[in-house]
Design a binder for this molecule. Structure first.
Ligand SMILES: [Ca+2]
Length: 151
């Protein structure tokens, strides 16, 4: 009797394995390296290299700084910038005018449009962009400041 039960158990086990194999499905997983895009809640690293920093046409470990805490970037860095524009009426006197950045932002650059502008500079503290109007009758003109987030 025990022998019969063992035989039946072996037969059912064999049939179960055969059914499992018959109904198995294939799953293909494709991975990419380096990953083309990534989204993270938090990212921490000791060193960071962005782009081909040594301009040898290859992206490898020689493009990453050797000192912990360093960041190398081969391109430009954009930090949530915004452009602020101020219009200066033609009736305003000759002199310096400023386009201030909002609080918490720092001027990275700017532009002055219209005739009668002779000098420009970024505020030393990054508060805004300055333009010198040298002609009272040149018409309305504008000052634009490119302001980025600062820590
Ligand atoms: Ca390189």
């Amino acid at each position: 009797m025990v022998r019969l039960l063992k035989s039946v158990l072996i037969i059912f086990s064999f049939l179960f394995l055969c059914v499992t194999v018959v109904f198995a499905e294939d799953i293909t997983i494709t991975t990419y390296y380096p990953s083309p895009y990534g989204s993270y809640n938090a990212l921490q690293t000791n060193r960071l290299g962005v782009g081909d920093n040594n301009a040898d046409g290859v992206l490898n470990s020689s493009d990453v700084p050797g000192t912990n805490g360093d960041v190398w970037v081969s391109g430009h860095i954009t930090m949530g910038y915004q452009v602020v524009t101020v219009t200066i009426p033609s009736t305003y006197d000759i002199g310096w005018y400023t386009c201030d950045c909002p609080a918490g932002k720092r001027a990275l650059g700017g532009a002055c449009s219209g005739s009668g502008v002779s000098y420009t500079y970024i505020d030393a503290g990054g508060a805004g962009y300055h333009c010198y109007k040298n002609n009272q009758f040149a018409g309305n003109w504008q000052i634009q400041a490119v302001c980025a987030n600062m820590l």
